[in-house]
Write a protein that binds this ligand. Structure first.
Ligand code: A3P
Length: 299
């Protein structure tokens, strides 16, 4: 079994991968946040890797002009996992982080409102489908999760992902609601995956404005070009290929993080009845929630 398939650890109400940095989460409130830190926060499968790439391209000239050969995961490492043993704390500023943490486990210092948070969200039907593929790919020798089983877990009111699912997460509804309802505590930009898909250039400009980064037209061109799905899929530094081999995931699974990258793939996977079930839960859980979602390419 590859290491990524090992059991999850539930800690403070959240399911972490077995190798999470427990001490860092326990001491998150003492983690010293710098004013120019930036955190990308996502629910898994919502475009984390994409925003990591965009941020790295915005901040590092050597990435934009390809004079440096550094993996994106090393420029924007995870807060709660030390995949590469990097000393993420003592890096020179500006420090960029990625994280799936729920709002209540985020370092207190983020509430100084100087450090910035970008929350990437995606319509949850596509999140569900992306996640199901991911889980089945990383657990090839175990019973295949059917969409029926997974749907039930995804919508489970208690957020009880069982260990078969192996997704480090809590309930999708709680994650987005938690961050949104506490948005006034943070200096936070809510960035929609589908908006990035529909207008990558406009999204890059919006993100760089939020970060207070001035970019030339040429810089923006370079960022957009290197953040397209096709280009990221073919650049090992951008698509976690090196991390996967480190985790003993076979290289033919490089599509693990870069699968389809589309809007509305759920339509090829959910039956009418499953879709209605999803909609019923969505309407109950997301009642009065102001952020809008785009469910298909024409939406
Ligand atoms: P799919 O499985 O639907 O293709 P995460 O990084 O949070 O795990 O999210 C992975 C999802 O984001 C995958 O979705 C992946 O294809 C998509 N993604 C990553 N980079 C992308 C890009 N440049 N453009 C569009 N989608 C992208």
């Amino acid at each position: 079994m590859n290491n990524i398939g090992r059991n999850l650890v539930n800690f403070k109400g959240y399911n972490f991968r077995y190798n999470f940095d427990k001490a860092r989460i326990e001491n998150a409130d003492n983690f010293e946040i710098r004013e120019d830190d930036v955190f990308v926060i996502t629910y898994p499968k919502s475009g984390t890797i994409w925003m990591q790439q965009i941020l790295s391209l915005i901040y590092f000239e050597g990435h934009r002009n390809r004079t440096e050969n550094v993996d994106t995961i090393d420029r924007v490492p995870f807060f709660e996992y030390s995949y590469r043993g990097t000393d993420i704390e003592n890096r020179p500023s500006p420090r960029l982080f990625a994280s799936h943490l729920p709002y209540y486990l985020a370092p207190k210092g983020l509430k100084n409102k100087k450090a910035k948070v970008i929350y990437v969200y995606r319509n949850p039907k596509d999140v569900l489908v992306s996640m199901l593929h991911f889980i089945n790919l990383i657990n090839p020798h175990e019973p295949i999760n059917t969409i029926e089983h997974f749907l039930e877990k995804f919508l489970d009111g208690n957020g009880n992902y069982d260990n078969l699912l192996r997704i480090p997460a809590s309930l999708w509804f709680d994650h987005i609601r938690g961050w949104y309802e506490h948005r006034h505590d943070f200096n936070i930009l809510f960035q929609m995956y589908e908006q990035m898909k529909k207008d990558l250039r406009g999204s890059v400009l919006q993100i760089s404005r939020f970060l207070g980064k001035e970019l030339s037209e040429e810089d923006v061109d370079d960022i957009v070009n290197q953040a397209t799905f096709e280009n990221m899929k073919s650049i090992p530094q951008a698509n976690y290929a090196h991390v996967l081999s480190q985790l003993r995931i076979p290289s033919h699974k490089e599509g693990l993080h870069m699968r389809k990258g589309t809007i509305g793939d759920w339509k090829h996977h959910l039956t009418v009845a499953q879709n209605e079930k999803f909609d019923r839960m969505f309407q109950t859980k997301m009642k009065d929630f102001p952020l809008k979602f785009i469910w298909d390419i024409n939406g």
